[in-house]
Design a protein around this ligand. Structure first.
Ligand SMILES: NC(=O)C1=CN([C@@H]2O[C@H](COP(=O)(O)OP(=O)(O)OC[C@H]3O[C@@H](n4cnc5c(N)ncnc54)[C@H](OP(=O)(O)O)[C@@H]3O)[C@@H](O)[C@H]2O)C=CC1
Ligand SMILES: N[C@@H](CC=O)C(=O)O
Length: 385
């Protein structure tokens, strides 16, 4: 009789099933045979959104089946709650506030036995407590959500305390290998002196569309429709999303800094901020108020042979993120669409920096980055026949 091939089984609880989370679930299902050939299997035991957790009946024995995961994606896309899937059987639904307690129960049960990966594809600070508990229970953590790594420095330290058990590649550059490259350079004892780049898919897309004569208000809405923006695009336009990426990189370089230490330039005034108007109102009426000013800046830069780019600079002594005029024919100036470019300078890469460039946003690319991070943890999971 042929021997069944031993496979590393990775149980996963997914927090957040919006654009990125749903693409991740679809990638997991469509990669089944690829992963089986590689001797690895992902078992999704639970999926949470902002109000509930859908969890397999017995997380030790089995996960949510693929048909259910596909239906979950369809249900969430159609705006139905996770509880609409209860009739499928073999699963339970827990609502807030009980839901997060149930995630911790799964972490306690599986963390030090089969192992468990908590994957955060939400866009909230609310997951930090669960993630820290999960780390305490020996679980692995994979993040697309930048917020847990950009709140208190102690939380960053805690979450990254077992560095082999956390992956957060998609927090910077979506699917691009930025964190992995910086980590490798640091590990080789080569001191990184500076990181410079355009790290926002949204702002990259917006700036290059403006060059083509399109209206700011229109291209921001298109960026949202394409899945490039944060749930509230003001997170991108305020520079905060880029600042979070800068903070993650700076902390990775060993800098004990916080958001307050980063100079951030916002593209909208405070009277259009979240405290004053809803996201819908901002998109429907607020954004258009910015069209004229931004157009003037684009035209003025063009007269000087330049284009506008939202640039992030992380140095030894400080970080800043903001709008810069750069020559049209420069690495930054040539960027198009949602591409990111990151230049890493170190002793070995001083006169010729390590450059990473490519698609820097989008649900598909980001989910692919998250999936690669999960698979990268396979050596920490037992192979079972
Ligand atoms: N799109 C991109 O290009 C990239 C995105 N990212 C990051 O990926 C993350 C997800 O982005 P995206 O999918 O676009 O965001 P969405 O707004 O589409 O999805 C967010 C999901 O998180 C859920 N959620 C909210 N609060 C909680 C909570 N407390 N516990 C569990 N789930 C919760 C939401 O629930 P509900 O469905 O009920 O609203 C929703 O399902 C963000 O952090 C973003 O910064 C990173 C790199 C690139
Ligand atoms: N909103 C972000 C998504 C990735 O982090 C961006 O535009 O870069």
């Amino acid at each position: 009789m042929p021997q069944a091939q031993a496979r590393a089984v990775l149980p996963v609880v997914l927090l957040g099933c919006g654009g990125v989370g749903r693409h991740l679930l679809r990638h997991i299902v469509s990669c089944r045979s690829l992963h089986a050939n590689q001797g690895v299997a992902i078992r999704v035991v639970g999926v949470a959104d902002s109000s509930s957790l859908l969890v397999a009946d017995d997380v030790r024995a089995s996960g949510l089946d693929d048909a259910l995961l596909n239906d979950l994606c369809s249900a969430k896309s159609a705006g139905s709650p996770l509880s609409s899937l209860l009739a499928r059987g073999h699963c339970q639904v827990f609502n807030k506030p009980e839901a997060m307690g149930k995630v911790i129960d799964a972490a306690t049960m599986l963390g030090r036995t089969t192992g468990l990966v908590i994957v955060d594809c939400s866009a909230t600070y609310d997951t930090v407590g669960v993630l820290k508990d999960a780390v305490d229970h020996g679980c692995c953590v994979v993040l697309a959500n930048k917020k847990p790594l950009t709140c208190a420095y102690e939380d960053f330290k805690k979450l990254t305390s077992h560095f082999r058990q956390i992956r957060f590649e998609s927090t910077v550059g979506a699917g691009l290998p930025v964190i992995a490259s910086v980590t490798r350079i640091i590990a080789s004892g080569d001191p990184v002196s500076r990181i410079v780049g355009s790290l926002s898919g949204t702002l990259g897309y917006v700036m290059s569309e403006l060059e083509d004569g399109n209206f700011f208000s229109e291209v921001v809405k298109t960026a949202k429709a394409l899945g490039y923006t944060e749930p509230d695009p003001r997170d991108d336009l305020s520079g905060m999303d880029v600042a979070r990426k800068a903070l993650i990189l700076a902390r990775l370089l060993g800098q004990q800094i916080s958001m307050e230490n980063i100079n951030v330039e916002s593209l909208y005034p405070s009277e259009l901020g979240p405290e004053v108007m809803s996201t819908t109102d901002f998109l429907e009426s607020g954004l258009a108020k910015l069209d004229e000013t931004i157009e003037e800046k684009v035209k003025a830069a063009s007269l000087r042979g330049n284009v506008l780019r939202y640039v992030c600079v992380i140095g030894k002594t400080g970080c800043q993120v903001g709008l810069q005029e750069v020559p049209k024919d420069s690495a930054l100036g040539r960027l198009r669409g949602s591409d990111n470019v990151v230049e890493i300078y170190s002793r070995c890469y001083e006169s010729s920096p390590l450059v990473i460039q490519g698609a820097g946003a989008g649900n598909d690319t980001t989910a692919a980055g998250v999936l690669a991070d999960i698979i990268d943890l396979q050596d920490l999971f037992q192979a079972r026949p």
